[in-house]
Design a binder for this molecule. Sequence first.
Ligand code: BGP
Length: 489
Amino acid sequence: MNKNMNGFPANFLWGGATAANQVEGAYNIGGKGLTTADMVPYVPKSERGLNFAIDVDSNYIEKVLKGEIQDTYPKRYGVDFYHRYKEDIALLAELGLKAFRLSINWARIFPNGDDAEPNAEGLQFYDNVFDELKKYDIEPIVTLSHYETPLSLTLKYNGWYSREVIGFFTKYAETVFNRYSDKVKYWITFNEINMIGHSPYTGGGVLIDKVPNKTKAQISYQAAHHQFVASALATKIAHEINPEMKIGCMLARTQTYPVTNNPDDVQLALHQNDLNLFYTDVHATGEYPVYMNRYFAENNIVIEKEVGDDEILKQYPVDYISLSYYMSKSVAVDPEKHEVVAGNLVSNAVKNQYLDTSDWGWQIDPKGLRITLRDMHNRYKKPLFIVENGLGAYDKVEEDGSIHDTYRIDYLQKHIQQMKEAIKDGVDLIGYTSWGPIDLISMSTSEMSKRYGFIYVDQDDEGNGTLNRSRKDSFYWYQGVIATNGSEL
Ligand code: BGP
């Protein structure tokens, strides 16, 4: 019998997740170099779309470097976690977190990415953070690269499009694995590795305008190949340093449905699910899946590999698979025959009449999470870890300071319920770190007002506010969920 028929296992990692570039701030303090995230611009409200993804080009970067564009408030200042980590971790401990996902900002350790020696102050900062977590028995889950490529690697090498970056990354990985070997057990190599296909700049510091005569797809799959090899080599290095370390990959999982039972729609949904799961297929099985051969041929994509790459991928697959899950999508071969959904970036995406959407047009689908987990469990037979999930929403602060975020509780409660079902189905799920336990800067919109937290941060979209922290209603709710190991939702 499945040992978890009753729900969450006793050692389940309940937590919250962040990324350095969205919380730390202190972009030029402690010897840190600039990263790609530090260049992401502020976009005035009147010019914002629902999910304006920022595709930065070389021209834009030049302007920022020359000082012609100065307002880069959001990502450079975050919510000042760099200076407030003790206060924040104390609040997370009060919340009862068993695990806290954070990323190391690569440019705090190697300011230019290709430096000969690491930056001692950067290493010390993360030592302090890990020690603080240890004080409260909170397990750190550490991402090596969460949309924070050192800018100088972009300027000198065009980021992950260049094979040379593999060596700089493995040196960085080796440095932090050695340094934190007795403090950090769970690592993630690349956050949402499939993001590189949507935004090569965000996912890999790649400026596509620097590679004329190639399509975005040709460029991004080549860059992804370099990340696969780097991730496999990092896995090798970690296990040599400490065999107890667990190395995971990370996918932005979008469960995709056919909007009708027309076999053409079904085939399209299958194809889009494959394109999404391609990244975890490589990480988990150590080889390129055959279904990509045809896709690559039809899109004139030829991955340049070096001798030995295939062996490296095969020899060092990941120990576990982590994913973010926010929404599902529905597709149709004839999208014009259906209602379109506002926030959807995927081609052929249409509205699913059974689902509501968030204020940013993301289709809310708790059952899709169970479906995804079952599917990924069957496909990989490796432990799964949900390292992001949550509702971006506008919060209202009442006169007495309270925040009644029932919509957030409702979203999380329904998703956790479906996780429980998936565990009863037999899925090996080791943890759940909801996104942004403390309000942070949004990735896709650079807004502060798109909030995910249990902990409110007093700051607005223009960067005004006291930065004071306060507890929302969801704080007390999640505290109860963790305290009862998910039996009271
Ligand atoms: C994921 C990213 C996070 C995060 C989250 C929410 O794609 O890994 O960095 O921000 O999405 O997205 P957003 O901030 O755009 O609402």
